[in-house]
Ligand binder design. Structure first.
Ligand code: WTA
Length: 695
């Protein structure tokens, strides 16, 4: 090792299973170390000291647990569920798990008949077991000198106060609450308060536009909306209340009237006096919530009662309300958090995701708190005041587990090692990645520079729909390969199928599906069970179809290759091409739009939009700007197209279908890979588009 920092750490020995052990063929190769030797440069072995103390210390241990989880899922998950508090134990049948649409309705259930409460398990249970004075949340504000913290006991009191306020305002079990808050402590407090009384929260990422918020209000008709007046993102003030006002006024014009808008005064961003107010509807959080009692009885709910709704993008313009229920989700997020991060009681955990996305639900709020962890929340942007902020936060709170997205890793990598190495980071123990495939060079930088070649990286593959990790390394248990999410979590049987839906074995690539049900799976799309069945279970009957492509190498490791549907992944955010297109065509001068994803150095994928204009309208810089603006206004800034490409006409088949395959090639400048264009109604369109590419 000439340069320690830039060498992957290899250790001589790993725990090798005796041959013949286990019955998962693809894992045997890993365990036996057979084929691995040839690819040694690609392997990062766990540090033996790490493995020694790890929850899963060897491939053998994993294999034992994994085998049981597949052969006896009911027994495996019941044992884990028994470690949580249940007011009443679940019924005889632990799970019902038909994933085959041809055999009847998809109706996934886990622990049905059991009565529990996830808020109780996150808070009361940890307090009862002696952790009441442990810090539950550390909050770091946008500015360097603004922070705060809450112990488990204090958090429970805050949650109870809000829960009582909600009850006093008519929110009952099963009612929906929309939450439009930035990363302040009131966000997890609100989620937990809803859960405590059996209300269903629907957190809308506070970067979504008024139009998107309005759509969600129309879809789930909340009893109440909870927001704050403003937030600072770096040096910028974002007036959230104004966005909520616009959304709610549009909703009420369309017949959905929200009676109460509870607004937290986020003092460091905006004062009360500067906030627009609708008398009768708007209520200041600080005026009413602190007056409520700090104790609140728990609403015991069935394991299959809904916990939350979270909207995500699909291949049509209409966002899908992914519905998760209580019991299975609780057990699954707790267990995945514990094993994929090798969680220990002394850990300080920071996940940079926003609670507006699934990662913030499962791995900022529920998973960690169920384990009694100390969680860091950060309100601001990662490069404010400079690119060293993350490591400043790591050192300040002595963060041991740091979970983030490849896009952030790539952007910090670009800013240079100095910002990282000027901080100690010696508390770090485990790193994590989520949201998109992490390219090997970013992986190596994360490992070598951020983690000083000491910390394993959990590259966790999962989705809003899956509730929790599906394919992920378990640190210490087996060697990692930069860029691979490695092997399935307990209870998950991923399969790769070809276009006909046949499972393919061995080294292969195809569509990633799951063969069995797992406790954290979503149960339906809100109000549209049919769309749930057609989108996820009909393409390949018998399987849950993820929408991702994947290949498996000869060691059985999984390599995610990105979405195979009309979804683009921009900085780890899922955006439907159809959503962007429908925003663009709502512009009065845009006649037609076709959106494709292109490779982007930092964001993973960028949004590339081809637009045709209404007859007689000339293309101009001004028009380009207003097209981008219309997308920002309708969806949110994070969905703004990186590139608008004026298209006098689009390549279409004779039946009028837009050939996106060709557009993708033009967008990514792979002109020698255009393929057969003879089926186009007018092949000359292609040359015209290429000529306009650089204009
Ligand atoms: C992608 C985020 C590769 C994938 C938790 C998936 C990943 C979509 C990874 C879900 C990963 C997420 N490696 N791709 N580790 N994690 N993805 O619903 O395309 O916002 O289908 O959930 O992100 O995005 P979602």
């Amino acid at each position: 090792a000439t340069n320690k920092n830039h060498q992957l750490r290899h250790v001589e020995s790993m725990n090798i299973l005796p041959s013949g052990a286990g019955n998962i063929p693809e894992l045997n190769a890993v365990i036996l170390g057979e084929s691995l030797a040839s690819e040694e440069h690609d392997l990062v072995f766990p540090n033996p000291k790490f493995s020694q103390h790890a929850l899963v210390s060897s491939p053998q241990k994993y294999l034992e647990m994994y085998t049981r989880s597949i052969e006896d899922p009911a027994g495996f998950w019941s044992d884990i569920a028994s470690e949580f508090y249940w007011k009443k134990k679940w019924g005889q049948q632990v799970c019902s798990q038909n994933l085959d649409v041809t055999k009847g309705r998809i109706n996934i259930e886990w622990f049905k008949g059991g009565l529990t409460n996830i808020c109780y398990n996150c808070l009361d249970k940890n307090i009862e077991s002696g952790n009441g004075d442990k810090i539950a949340l550390h909050w770091e504000g946008n500015e360097l000198n603004i922070d705060g913290s809450l112990t488990y006991k204090q958090l429970l009191e805050k949650v109870c106060q809000l829960a009582n306020f909600l009850k006093d305002n008519g929110v009952k079990k099963g009612d929906t609450v929309i939450v439009y808050l930035p990363m302040i402590m009131e966000l997890p407090i609100t989620m937990l308060a809803c859960a405590r009384i059996g209300a269903v929260h629907s957190v809308v990422f506070a970067g979504y536009s008024a139009e998107s918020l309005h759509q969600r209000v129309m879809d789930c008709k909340p009893k109440i909306v909870i927001t704050c007046n403003a937030v600072m993102r770096g040096k910028k003030v974002i007036n959230l209340k104004e966005i909520v006002d616009a959304a709610l006024s549009e909703s009420s014009q369309n017949g959905v009237f929200v009676a109460t808008c509870l607004t937290f005064e986020n003092e460091s961003a905006m004062k009360k006096e500067d906030t627009k107010w609708l008398k009768g509807r708007d209520v200041w959080w600080q005026d009413v919530v602190p007056k409520c009692s700090t104790t609140c009885d728990v609403e015991w709910v069935d394991a299959e009662d809904p916990l939350f709704l979270l909207y995500t993008s699909g291949s049509t313009g209409k966002p899908k309300g992914v519905l998760h229920t209580t019991g299975g989700y609780m057990i699954y997020t707790a267990t995945t958090f514990k094993y994929a991060f090798d969680y220990k009681d002394t850990d300080i955990y920071w996940c940079t995701a926003d609670c507006g996305w699934i990662t913030g639900h499962s791995y900022v709020t529920y998973g960690p708190l169920l384990n009694g962890a100390t969680v860091v929340l950060y309100e601001g942007v990662p490069n404010y005041p400079d690119a060293g902020r993350c490591w400043d936060i790591v050192d300040k709170y002595k963060v041991t587990i740091f979970y983030t997205a490849p896009t952030l890793v790539r952007s910090l990598m670009r800013d240079g090692d100095d910002y990282v190495t000027r901080y100690s980071r010696k508390s770090l123990r485990v790193l994590g990645s989520v949201g998109e495939p992490i390219n090997p060079s970013a992986w190596r930088w994360f490992f070598n520079v951020v983690g000083d070649s000491r910390c394993p990286i959990s590259d966790t593959w999962w989705q809003t729909e899956t509730g929790g990790f599906m394919i992920t390394p378990i640190p210490g248990a087996w060697p990692q390969k930069p860029g691979s999410a490695t092997l399935p979590f307990f209870g998950v049987q991923p399969v790769i199928v070809d276009e006909k839906g046949n499972e393919i074995d061995g080294e292969c690539s195809g569509y990633l599906c799951v063969k069995n049900s797992w406790p954290g799976a979503f149960r339906t799309l809100y109000g549209d069970h049919e769309r749930y069945e057609t989108t996820y279970f009909s393409a390949f009957p018998g399987y849950y179809f993820s929408g991702d492509g994947c290949s498996r190498d000869k060691d059985g490791y999984h390599w995610l290759t990105g979405r195979v549907d009309d979804v683009i992944n921009v900085s780890g955010h899922r955006i439907g091409t159809a959503e962007v297109e429908s925003a663009l065509v709502s512009h009065p001068q845009c006649a037609e739009a076709a959106v494709v994803g292109v490779e982007h150095e930092v964001k993973g994928q960028g949004i590339y939009a081809f637009v045709t204009l209404v007859d007689g309208i000339p293309y101009s810089e001004e028009l380009r700007k207003s097209l981008v603006l219309v997308v920002r206004n309708q969806i949110g800034a994070f969905a703004a197209p990186d590139r608008i490409h004026w298209a006098p006409s689009l390549p279409k088949t004779r039946s009028g279908k837009i050939m996106r395959r060709i557009l993708r090639k033009i967008a990514s400048k792979q002109l020698d890979e255009l393929g057969d264009i003879s089926t186009l109604a007018d092949p000359s369109v292609v040359d015209q588009l290429i000529a306009l590419a650089d204009s």
